[in-house]
Design a protein around this ligand. Structure first.
Ligand code: SAJ
Length: 433
């Protein structure tokens, strides 16, 4: 790849990370081929449309496709740079599954040529980039492979994780600092040169293993700290305290920053990535493992407390506010709100409604439960008990005057001015919690 020309790029995997990444690289002037196993996804993108929700992504994809800078296919083709952004789920024993990463490596290996750069972005257990490198080496004995040859390697291989926040992906892809983990320092330099074409944040070079661990550490750090907040909320329920008031006061300490309790931890990242560390070092990770247990256990605490509240008011109509895994996005993957609402639906059925402004219809688990899908205005008009499960802005802005007479269980602390249920109710709820 000569430095004066823009490299051709192949992005493997056109999901929540791959498609925005492909579009941003195309906007930087590189010709990008998006590779995906789904013909439906490929056809959608080649029409200049998108199959996922992300702020401003539709306009960006439409523009780069119209300019011929981004196209999609199910067939791999030669390129100067390959960016792999495929899923890395875990199995029922929380063991990481890197089969998609290795399959991507097998797909691109036949078209690799001297000068190419291969970059893995998918969140991966430490050592995955080396495993992919070894597999490519086996498939292409004609190529001199970094870390396996004493001569100058023909190709470069690096691990460069993203750290974007769903809902702000296009902005954070450009502005966030980035770890550039080369199999060798030369690989890191090649990957750095590529990212500098569209990343304004600082690109910090390191080795592939450190970069792999860094990504996992970032999310494990957040999971442990959310667990601390969730444990506090359970203790506060038991003691009849307002956890939000306690956290607000504690965070006035110059070196205290307690995160926000919620109904649990959702999404495919914070709830998943810590297990990659636990799986690599099961004896040395009691804190990370316990934090996962606290966050998953919080969902059950919320179900029990909500059931106690509703059972204490047998004639009340209930509205669960929110199903998404976090505020103001339409992502329902691994959502604790969805778990809680579906458990309550089984128990309270036609007494219950769900308000989810980011869903056109209720997910399949609500079918035949008698639960209705309504908007926030109807919930305020017709329901007596409001169970806040997601901190969508459209819920946050409801004025006290419209909810003062409601019984509220606010798992997200969006209404600090809400009169707390009477102390006797709180004691009753605490005992139920
Ligand atoms: N949550 C809380 N309390 C908090 C913060 C979050 O209950 O104080 C919950 C959210 O409601 C949600 C879950 O945790 O259910 C995760 O939400 P999030 O906003 O913490 O994280 P994600 O999954 O949207 O994005 C994270 C980010 N990682 C970090 O903030 C360290 C993002 O930067 C990563 O790129 C992303 O994971 C990823 O893809 O790895």
């Amino acid at each position: 790849m000569k430095s004066d020309t823009k490299p051709s790029v192949c992005v493997v995997g056109l999901g929540y990370i791959g498609l925005p990444t492909a579009a941003v690289i195309a906007r930087a002037g590189c010709k990008v081929l998006g590779l995906d196993v789904s013909q439906r996804v490929v056809d959608t993108i080649n029409r200049g449309e998108i199959h996922i929700e992300e702020v401003d992504l539709d306009g960006l994809v439409q523009g780069v496709v119209a300019r011929g800078l981004l196209s999609a296919s199910v067939e791999v083709a030669p390129a100067d740079v390959f960016v792999i952004a495929v899923p890395t789920p875990f199995d029922k024993d929380h063991a990481p599954d890197i089969s998609y990463v290795l399959a991507a490596g097998r797909t691109i290996a036949p078209v690799l040529k001297a000068g190419d750069v291969v970059i893995l972005e998918s969140t991966s257990p430490v050592g995955t980039t080396e495993k992919m490198r070894d597999m490519i080496a086996q498939m292409r004995p004609d190529l001199k492979i970094p870390g396996l040859t004493r001569e100058t390697p023909d190709i470069s291989i690096a691990y460069c994780p993203e750290r974007v926040l769903p809902g702000r992906i296009l902005e954070e892809l450009i502005n966030n600092d980035r770890s550039i983990g080369g199999i060798t320092p030369r690989c890191a330099r090649k990957a750095l040169a590529f990212y500098k074409r569209f990343v304004r944040g600082e690109c910090v070079t390191t080795d592939a293993r450190a970069a792999e661990m860094t990504k996992l550490v970032e999310n494990a750090y957040r999971d442990v700290n959310i667990a601390f907040a969730n444990e506090l909320s359970i203790v506060a329920d038991r003691m009849g305290l307002d956890v939000w008031e306690v956290i607000r006061l504690a965070n006035r300490h110059p070196r205290v920053n307690i995160l926000s309790p919620g109904p649990g931890v959702g999404g495919h990242c914070i709830a998943v990535d810590p297990w990659f560390i636990v799986h690599s070092a099961p004896e040395e990770t009691p804190l990370i493992r316990t934090a996962r247990g606290v966050n998953d256990g919080k969902m059950h605490h919320v179900v029990a407390k909500a059931e106690a509240l509703v059972e204490a008011h047998p004639d009340a109509r209930i509205a669960c506010l929110g199903l998404a895994f976090k505020a103001n996005i339409d992502d329902f993957r691994e959502s604790p709100a969805r778990f809680v609402a579906s458990r309550l639906a089984r128990k309270f059925g036609d007494r219950m409604s769900v308000v989810e402004p980011y869903a056109a219809e209720l997910p399949i688990e609500f079918t035949d439960t008698g639960v209705t899908h309504i908007d926030i205005d109807e919930a305020l008009e017709t329901c007596d008990v409001l169970i806040v499960l997601v901190d969508h802005d459209v819920f946050r802005v409801v004025p006290l005057a419209e909810r003062a007479d409601k019984l509220v269980y606010d798992t997200r602390g969006i209404w600090a001015d809400q009169p707390r249920v009477g102390r006797e109710d709180a004691a009753k709820l605490a005992l139920a919690g």
